[in-house]
Design a protein around this ligand. Structure first.
Ligand code: GCO
Ligand code: MN
Ligand code: MN
Length: 390
């Protein structure tokens, strides 16, 4: 019988590397049809509360912390107070990013705006935000192209947009190198919203783009559950491809129903089987980056509900991690998995003149055509693990 989880195994601790954004727990519940329903939570309270709940750190956009029109002196005061909150709690800022979507100047995008002045301003804003992130200790810098896209394809030649995007990322890589910052970039794909269509819409688009950059080693991806689900894709396949390519630099965890607006639901609260296999992939692969919850509480909630949301996100991950351990220790499941592995084994299919005998080999096609794969049983056993019946 599998063992019950060790006591405390479901209690989030900094070593689990859970992070939230100032903008996620700080979400005030505004949507296109209604204004805020919650008062903004001061940054210090967010840091203290997340520390109490067992998170490792908190991430931010420049403007989550520093208002758009702050003076240099105001900026310095805010940063000093925020650093004090981090020091008091031991919380870290592993990731930072730029708000390149809120200001009306970015209505046609930032790095891919049709206006060259906007593109240059976006670089200036990002360099300053990178300085802020590095000052706070960030090691990963995320690029989510929220407004990098179009509402009408008449607006832009997509070849120009990709060239401008490349120009911007190359520019910023050079900036990071010139400053001797220890910082990696992570591109975050999303298919749409707020633009009708966004450039680099999927993990695959982003990966292919990375290899066209001047410093591909500095750049990876930051995939998000909701974004692939919106596009009807199987998230774990994209994440698996990124891991296999050594490009999973960060991950945004949340939940989403397909065919909806970007819901940013609490991790694991929809499609629990997909969430299980995502956790399995992350844990089995030894992914050691941050587990960032890019989601927010339902609009129905008050601040107490926000902390329920935060605690629940981490707890669900740990529950699923424990289920993964059960799956990996289950004798019946492992026998099925072992048999599959044995079948998958065989010789590596690598061409050489000597191995070209494959052309002449005889296959037992009758047996190969008739065989089943046993996936019904494997899936049912998996479901029983997830449902708590095993
Ligand atoms: C979204 C995105 C953002 C980004 C964030 C950090 O759909 O709004 O997921 O939340 O992750 O801007 O880059
Ligand atoms: Mn999102
Ligand atoms: Mn995100």
């Amino acid at each position: 019988m599998p063992q019950a989880p060790a006591s405390g195994a479901l209690t989030p601790r900094p070593e689990h590397r859970f992070t939230f954004g100032l903008w996620t727990v700080g979400n005030i519940g505004r949507d296109p049809f209604g204004g805020p329903v919650r008062a903004p939570i001061p940054a210090r309270r967010i840091v203290e509360q997340l520390a109490k709940l067992g998170a490792y750190g908190v991430n931010l956009h420049d403007n989550d912390l520093i208002p758009r029109d702050a003076t240099a002196a105001e900026r310095d005061d805010i940063v000093r107070d925020f650093k004090a909150a981090l020091a008091d709690t031991g919380m870290k800022v592993p990731m930072a990013t730029t708000n390149l979507f809120g200001d009306p100047v970015f209505r046609d995008g930032a790095f891919t705006s049709n206006d060259a002045r906007v593109r240059a301003f976006a670089l200036q804003k990002t360099m300053r935000a990178i300085d802020l992130g590095v000052e706070l200790g960030a090691k990963t810098y995320v690029f989510w192209g929220g407004r990098e896209g179009t509402d009408t394809a008449a607006a832009k030649d997509p070849r120009d947009a990709i060239k401008w995007f490349r120009e911007a990322i190359n520019y910023l890589c050079e900036y990071v190198r010139a400053q001797k910052y220890e910082l990696e970039f992570a591109l975050e794909p999303k298919p749409n919203e707020p633009r009708g269509d966004i450039f680099l819409p999927t993990i695959g688009h982003a990966l292919a783009f990375i290899y066209t950059l001047d410093h591909p080693d500095m750049v990876g991806v930051n995939p998000e559950v909701a974004h692939d689900t919106m596009a009807g894709l199987e998230f774990s396949h994209g994440v698996g491809q990124a891991i296999e390519a050594g490009k999973l630099f960060h991950i945004d965890l949340n939940a989403q129903k397909p065919g909806r607006f970007d819901q940013d639901l609490r991790f694991g609260s929809e499609d629990i089987k997909a969430a299980f296999f995502l956790v399995k992939l992350l844990e089995d692969s030894g992914y050691s980056g941050m587990l960032h919850f890019d989601s927010h509480a339902y609009r129905t909630e008050d601040e107490a509900g926000v902390w329920d949301f935060a605690a629940g996100s981490m707890r669900t991950y740990l529950i699923l991690k424990e289920k993964v351990a059960r799956f990996n220790a289950d004798a019946e499941i492992q026998e099925l998995v072992g048999a599959l592995r044995k079948r998958a084994g065989g010789e590596a299919l690598k061409f050489s003149a000597a191995a070209a005998g494959l052309k002449e080999r005889t296959f037992d096609l009758h047996a190969m055509r008739a065989q089943g794969y046993g996936y019904e049983k494997l899936d049912q056993l998996t479901m029983e693990i997830i449902l708590g019946a095993r």
